[in-house]
Ligand binder design. Structure first.
Ligand code: AHR
Length: 557
């Protein structure tokens, strides 16, 4: 098979952290885009006999292992925004919608099925205007406040600390709590953590017990502000640092079982892009971290990056689009790899032992609001394009697993790239939800480097790797392969050689649909569902045919 790039490029790519070759193509495509595009077009013309599937050979050396794929990269984000919390999670105990203590049973069952590792809450921009005391105590006594960030609507505060913790308990996830650095005080945040976590009979612990929870709660992750360079207070790096150190010092977790600092990761606000403004921010935080003392510390740095396409404000439609918008959005989302590499390199300078994790705690496709919806509610549909976008990003996070140990898709329900959509009593699972379900075997699995010539898919002036793939070994020693076919028109024949094991059989599932903008709706919820895919193993080689525009996960027996 001819390939659109030379062996030296491939060798360099393989040498470079054993990343798949498409990453080298992407780097090249950013540097010499027109040249690469011409080569890619020629290569496609030469290598795609009409009506025949492309063939892509993958090689997986099972004796080589990469970093752990931290289950926290499958984290979720739920902000008080539009119908993300109210209607999406919380319907109240008196609702006709089936619920447990006010929390929707259908949503809980769906989230349990994908083993959500953690949920980041209460924001987002909302977090820096949230005052936790408004959200505790009898519901009818809670202050009604405003949500100026998101539509200017009233906030009932019916979903507060206890409801969030109950929700997490019901779905089996850890708490990632973002404290208010922008308009709160260190005292307010430290009292919230004492209220949540102390087992000692303090006044705050007694108040927690009086509000229904005698035992202390656990908090696994603590966000020290949100986007403090923008909606979180428009701070300079130096100003944020001085605030962050104070919060890091005084906002303590008192839970007896969480006294090791690794048991509650403090996550500082990190960058929101690739430009010098953002690299300066990472430099400032990490330089300070290098000189941190016993009295303050961080274990994580956040990174926010949305796939918007042509810049701000988001203008791409989330449904009713064609191949051009499909190709452009996927090209744009692949920038996540270079973005992580850029900030990781800065972090490596100051933290070569990689003690500080990078948490991509807001990411996903952000499109134009659905016509007729409240623009402040960030309502959009979720298509096959989003499923592919999710798979590509999860693979990028997995390949950067030595540094990226957490990620939270924005957002879990009814907002932006949601996994679940609800409308009163109705609920529908989106294509993105099914990707998370298919990726369950990758939770805490060990990455195994995969090498392959991705080939090209081209459309207009966009050239994309035809396929992407990751492999991993789970805790039971079973091997898993994920392969995404980005090409919306051509199937791909996969031939995967696994050295070091003698596989006898393989089975798997695939997710695809008729069109790049196919969606699940309340009336047609099963348009996109993972279905079994035929895979053969002969002489240790796995072969399978990927449908165009598909996400596939296969296990080897
Ligand atoms: O997810 C929506 C918003 O995007 C969040 O509130 C904010 O942190 C980001 O700008």
């Amino acid at each position: 098979m001819s390939t659109p790039y030379d062996d030296a490029t491939l060798a360099a790519a393989l040498h470079d952290h054993s990343r798949p070759s498409f990453l080298a193509i992407r780097t090249a495509s950013r540097i010499q885009r027109p040249v690469v595009l011409v080569i890619a077009l020629l290569a496609s013309a030469l290598t795609v006999p009409f009506g025949f599937a492309q063939k892509v050979e993958l090689s997986v050396d099972t004796s080589r292992t990469g970093a752990k794929i931290d289950r926290n990269i499958f984290g979720q984000f739920a902000e008080h925004l539009g119908h993300g919390i109210y209607d999406g999670i919380w319907v109240g105990p008196d609702s006709k919608i089936s619920n447990t203590r006010g929390i929707r049973n259908d949503v809980v069952a769906a989230l349990k099925a994908i083993k959500v590792p953690n949920v980041r809450w209460p924001g987002g921009c909302f977090a820096d205007e949230y005052h936790w005391r408004n959200g505790i105590g009898p519901a009818d006594k809670r202050a009604v406040t405003l949500n100026p960030n998101w539509g200017g609507v009233t906030e009932s505060n019916n979903f507060g600390t206890h409801e969030f913790m109950d929700f997490l308990d019901q779905i089996g996830a850890d708490a990632y709590v973002s404290v208010n650095v922008g308009s709160g005080t260190p005292r307010e945040a430290s009292e919230w953590l004492e209220y949540l976590t102390t087992a000692q009979p303090t006044t705050l612990a007694k108040e927690r017990a009086a509000n229904g929870h005698l035992a202390p709660y656990k908090v696994a992750m603590l966000g020290l502000g949100n986007e403090s360079w923008d909606c979180g207070g428009n701070m300079t790096p130096d100003y944020y640092l001085s605030q962050m150190k104070i919060y890091s010092r005084f906002v303590r977790n008192f839970h007896p079982a969480q006294q090791d600092k690794q048991q509650m990761l403090k996550i500082a606000v990190g960058p929101g892009g690739a430009e010098p403004r953002w690299t300066d921010w990472t430099e400032a935080i990490m330089k300070a971290y290098q000189q941190h003392t016993w009295s303050w510390d961080i274990q994580g740095l956040s990174l926010h990056s949305y796939t918007v396409g042509h810049g701000w404000p988001p203008s791409y439609a989330s449904v009713g689009f064609g191949e051009t918008e499909y190709a452009q959005i996927l090209k744009s989302t692949l920038d996540m790899d270079a973005l992580i590499a850029k900030h990781s390199a800065i972090m490596d300078k100051y933290d070569p032992d990689k003690k500080v994790a990078l948490f991509v705690d807001e990411w996903g496709g952000w499109y134009a609001p659905l016509p007729g919806s409240n623009p402040g509610f960030l309502v959009q549909q979720n298509s096959l394009r989003d499923a592919i976008l999710a798979a590509l990003n999860l693979n990028i996070f997995a390949r950067h697993g030595d540094r990226v140990r957490g990620a939270n898709i924005a957002q879990m329900i009814n907002v932006l790239q949601a996994l679940i959509l609800t409308d009163k009593e109705k609920m529908v699972l989106t294509p993105t939800y099914y990707v998370y379900k298919m990726y369950l075997p990758f939770h805490d699995a060990t990455l195994i480097p995969v090498t392959f010539n991705a080939g090209w898919y081209t459309h207009g002036d966009v050239a994309l790797p035809r396929v992407d793939a990751i492999a991993a070994k789970d805790a039971d020693g079973k091997f898993w392969l994920e392969i995404t076919n980005l090409d919306p028109n051509e199937p791909v024949e996969i031939e995967a050689k696994f050295t070091g094991i003698t596989a006898k059989a393989a089975s798997g599932t695939t997710l695809t649909a008729a069109r790049v903008d196919s969606v699940n709706t309340f009336d047609t919820p099963n348009t996109l569902l993972p279905k079994p895919i035929a895979a053969q193993v002969q002489s240790g080689k796995l072969t399978l045919k990927l449908e165009p525009k598909s996400v596939t996960v296969v296990s080897l027996e």
